[in-house]
Design a protein around this ligand. Structure first.
Ligand code: ATP
Ligand code: MG
Length: 429
């Protein structure tokens, strides 16, 4: 049969088997953030295009090449390429800055970028992120980095390294931009076309170019840390001091600038050596000017975005442990209509107790039902025939060792039996 429809290039289906792993990673991320007092926000998938051009920046790859934008009526709408802009919009629209600060939020969002699909790079991908508003001290930067650090270690990702940098503020950035321009202006013959175009308006972007020739040039370029004003320098020193005290291992990499325009002062990345070229699993930093840029009061803020697709790739490639997938506690087979109804009602009651219970819904023979129960890796099974129905009890078999127990055909007796089995299992483990 020829397939009539296929998924769009750069998008993927997450199937059972994988989806449980996703849920696990998402739960660990949200729960770790919660230990820092960070609470989840859910924001829309679409926003006005201008929100992203304003915040992400006109001269970034994301805005220039990667956004999914469409017109609807007279409005230009874009599928979110990242989570920060929408979160800031939501914070302002819902007057959340009027409450006690700092305000700390987390989110899990699907993002859309017309990127070049390859391992670790998709056109629809998922980010876990946090954003914190109203805190300017390096303690906040250390905490935000701490959240990412904790999530990665809880997931068992030990081979991920932390790189940090400071790219200054509107006070010191101009002199750094000038130094970059002077450096690149003598080397324009070696720059790619996009970088040539960006040199005048946004020289910082050149350091983030993925072209080989540009990367070679970037390695010798002036370092942002040599151009920091006193305030930014103190802030960066304050951050390093705190990271040291927290016992976090990191490296200062003066060439990290991040792909989005809104960053000021601290920027950081967590990088894995387990997934090839698309190695950054988490990127973030401070964006003290963004809230104001989007029409709010001046509010220092910072956050990060963690690429969950890449996190899962790294976990698979480094043999991290995932929780065992859920099992079926009991399969209730049946022979005949009254017996099948009995199985159905028992199953319904037991599910309400939290057990996973299956019964026949397709009219299989008893033999086929038992084969099915086996395929579902049922921990226990029983069969209700006319005898069992008449006597009000059935033999429940523990599949692992064939042990048999007679149990009354009531929800109470069955759940008591299954609870006892679980308790035994836990005791043995
Ligand atoms: P890259 O340099 O890899 O393109 P970026 O600078 O565009 O990344 P951010 O915008 O900072 O990335 O997004 C934060 C995180 O989201 C990245 O570190 C990465 O883990 C993930 N990410 C970004 N783009 C993609 C994508 N196309 N597919 C999967 N994950 C992605
Ligand atoms: Mg990118």
């Amino acid at each position: 049969m020829a397939l009539k429809y296929r998924s769009i290039r750069g998008t993927r289906d997450i199937l059972p088997g994988q989806s449980e792993k996703w849920r696990y990673v998402e739960r660990v991320a949200l729960e770790t953030a919660a230990t820092y007092g960070i609470r989840q926000i859910r924001i829309p998938t679409i926003e006005k295009t201008e929100l992203f051009t304003r915040s992400v920046g006109e001269t970034t790859d994301v805005v220039q090449k990667e956004m999914y934008t469409f017109e609807k009526g007279r409005e230009s709408i874009t599928l979110r390429p990242e989570g920060t802009a929408g979160t800031v919009r939501a914070v302002l629209e819902n007057s959340m800055l009027a409450d006690t600060l700092p305000l700390k939020l987390s989110y899990i969002v699907s993002c859309f970028r017309h990127d070049n699909p390859q391992a670790g790079r998709y056109r629809e991908f998922t980010q876990f992120g946090i954003e914190c508003f109203g805190n300017s001290l390096p303690t906040a930067d250390a905490e935000v980095i701490g959240v990412a650090y904790d999530i990665l270690s809880r997931l068992g990702l030990s081979d991920v390294s932390l790189e940090i940098n400071s790219i200054g503020c509107p006070k010191c950035r101009p002199s750094y931009n000038q130094a970059l321009k002077a450096y690149y202006e003598n080397r324009t013959d070696k720059l790619c076309k996009t970088c040539l175009e960006r040199l005048e308006r946004n020289p910082l972007r050149l350091l983030d170019c993925k072209e080989e020739g540009c990367q070679a040039l970037a390695a010798q370029a002036p370092k942002s840390t040599d151009y920091l004003c006193e305030e930014c320098d103190d802030h960066f020193e304050g951050l390093k001091k705190r990271l040291d005290a927290m016992g976090f291992v990191y490296r200062v990499n003066p060439f990290i600038v991040r792909g989005l325009d809104y960053y000021t002062k601290t920027v950081f990345e967590f990088i894995s050596d387990k997934i090839g070229a698309q190695a950054t699993v988490c990127g973030g930093g401070r964006y003290d000017g963004l809230v104001e840029e989007l029409g709010g009061p001046h509010t220092p803020a910072l956050g990060f975005g963690m690429g969950l697709d890449r996190i899962l790739l790294v976990m698979e490639n480094s043999g991290c442990q995932f929780p065992a997938p859920p099992i079926c506690d009991l399969y209730i087979g049946s022979m005949g209509e009254e017996e099948n109804i009995k199985a159905l009602t028992l199953a319904t009651h037991l599910r309400r107790e939290g057990f996973t219970v299956l019964c026949d819904t397709v009219g299989r023979s008893v033999k086929a039902q038992m084969r099915y129960a086996d395929k579902q890796s049922s921990a226990h099974s029983c069969i209700i025939g006319s005898n069992e129905l008449g006597q009000g009890k059935a033999t429940v078999k523990r599949m692992a060792d064939g042990n048999q127990t007679e149990v009354a055909l009531t929800a109470e007796a069955m759940s008591q039996y299954l609870y006892a089995e679980k308790a035994e299992e836990i005791a043995e483990a």
